[in-house]
Design a protein around this ligand. Structure first.
Ligand SMILES: [Zn+2]
Length: 454
């Protein structure tokens, strides 16, 4: 109840209709879903060609005219979008049917490349919230259920003591969330989180696989009181079978992995067969691309997304930097939604402190979000004593900003690690995926096994 009221305050009232729309899609015939998808695809392409100055210009130059073409076949002729292109053309990509000020701004976190600001129209935001709740509910998590949250986006976490965060704190309280910050790496933090969770009795645990696995292993190793939940939800990273087993043992629950991004909401979700990720075709159109061409089902390539909901700033054929393949065969569960068979691109190395304790690499992706002059970051750890941080910066970058970056690093990494900062013009990309590898650990495996102090 409180949750619904707050959602209304946030201006996303009406999301229940979109959730129900998602549920309805699970019971449709495959052919009907396919024809709906084609209609949505055609509509967003026509809209983009008519009202987004960026696409209008670009497509005219190469002789493309969405109104007269057949989708999805013709989509192959349309140029790709990258985060670099979004960054440099954002304003021009916004549809002239919307006022930029009326759109909801958001940013990508930098898990796969530098941070990018983008916009969506309100109806899209509402749909995303609704469809995401549909996915969560399908995986056993309904609004209002208590959840333990192991997360890394610092801006999504409450900052105790700061008045401006009170509203967010209240909202999280109302939504029955229990939030643990990024510091799952310290034993004391995990003990404290365990203590709170035991009292709180969450129905759901939600977070990054690596962080949840670390916490689960800690609970087991220490012989702490087991925490049983109804379901474990993981996102933002690949989930290995071994991690799934550990999570089942630690929390007596089945784990559902999700493929969610800030731009596109929940792209995919697991069914009870855990065969891969079913794609929400009411929200996105997925293509797998290799060497610039769409590959057949079963073949691996870069996951490329056309957003079917964002009419404020159409995102057509956007390359995600994630690697995957589409299943050749339908899932035995009977859901009509196509299946993303593998998701291989989202793996992060960890960083180690000199005392052997671990900082999950994915969490570092969320540092420096408040320093816009830092366009991208790469962490390279050659040995356990030292961390090299490469910052791709703009001309506006100052020494004061570097000091602030160092402060944030120290806060996360402690004072014992030697940290050196290097300003660079461009961080080299992985030649295969084209994405930045944000965290590179060159520490020998034996060194990683150092006993954890304390
Ligand atoms: Zn299935």
């Amino acid at each position: 109840m409180a949750y619904r009221i707050l959602m209304r305050h946030d201006g996303v009232a009406g999301w229940e209709g979109d959730r129900d729309d998602f549920f309805a899609s699970l019971h449709k015939a495959r052919a009907d879903l396919q024809s709906e998808l084609e209609t949505r695809l055609r509509n967003i392409l026509i809209h983009a060609g008519e009202s987004s100055p960026y696409y209008k210009r670009l497509w005219r130059e190469v002789g493309l005219s969405p109104a007269t073409e057949n989708f999805p076949e013709s989509l192959q002729r349309y140029p790709f979008l990258t985060k670099d292109l979004i960054r440099s053309n954002a304003a021009e990509m916004v549809s002239d049917k919307y006022d930029l000020k009326a759109l909801d701004p958001d940013f990508t976190s930098g898990t796969t490349s530098a941070r990018t600001t983008f916009y969506r129209n309100r109806a899209c935001t509402v749909s995303r919230v609704g469809r995401q709740w549909g996915v969560l509910q399908h995986c056993g998590y309904a609004p209002g259920m208590r959840r333990g949250l192991i997360w890394g986006v610092s801006s999504d976490l409450p900052q105790p003591g700061a008045a401006k965060h009170l509203r967010r704190l209240f909202r999280e309280y109302a939504a029955s969330q229990e939030v643990l910050g990024c510091k799952v790496v310290s034993d004391n933090d995990m003990l404290e989180f365990h203590r709170r969770l035991v009292r709180f009795r969450p129905a759901v645990l939600y977070g990054y696989p690596s962080a949840l696995v670390q916490f689960g292993a800690f609970v087991q190793d220490r012989g702490l009181e087991p925490i049983s939940v109804a379901t474990v939800l993981t996102t933002a990273e690949r989930l290995t079978p071994k991690q799934r087993d550990l999570l089942r043992a630690a929390f007596s629950a089945e784990t559902f992995n999700l493929y969610c991004t800030r731009e596109y909401g929940c792209i995919g979700f697991e069914c009870a067969r855990h065969n891969g990720l079913h794609i929400d075709t009411g929200s996105v159109y997925v293509e797998i691309i290799r060497d610039g061409r769409r590959v057949s089902d079963g073949e691996t390539g870069e996951i490329t997304i056309t957003d079917l909901l964002n009419y404020g700033m159409p995102l057509i054929r956007s390359r995600t930097g994630d690697i995957g393949s589409l299943s050749k065969t339908p899932c035995e569960c009977g859901l009509p939604l196509p299946l993303l068979k593998s998701l291989d691109g989202r793996v992060f190395d960890n960083i180690y402190r000199p005392d052997g304790s671990v900082v999950a690499g994915v969490l570092l992706s969320y540092l420096f979000l408040d320093i816009p002059a830092i366009r991208a970051t790469q962490y390279v750890q050659k040995n356990i004593q030292e961390l090299r941080v490469f910052l791709e910066v703009t001309d506006d970058f100052t020494d004061a900003m570097e000091a602030e970056a160092t402060r944030q690093l120290r806060e996360r990494m402690g004072n014992d690690l030697r940290i050196s900062i290097h300003r660079v013009d461009a961080i080299p990309r992985n030649p295969l995926s084209g994405k930045y590898q944000e965290v590179i650990s060159e520490i020998a495996r034996s060194e990683r096994m150092l006993p954890v102090a304390g």
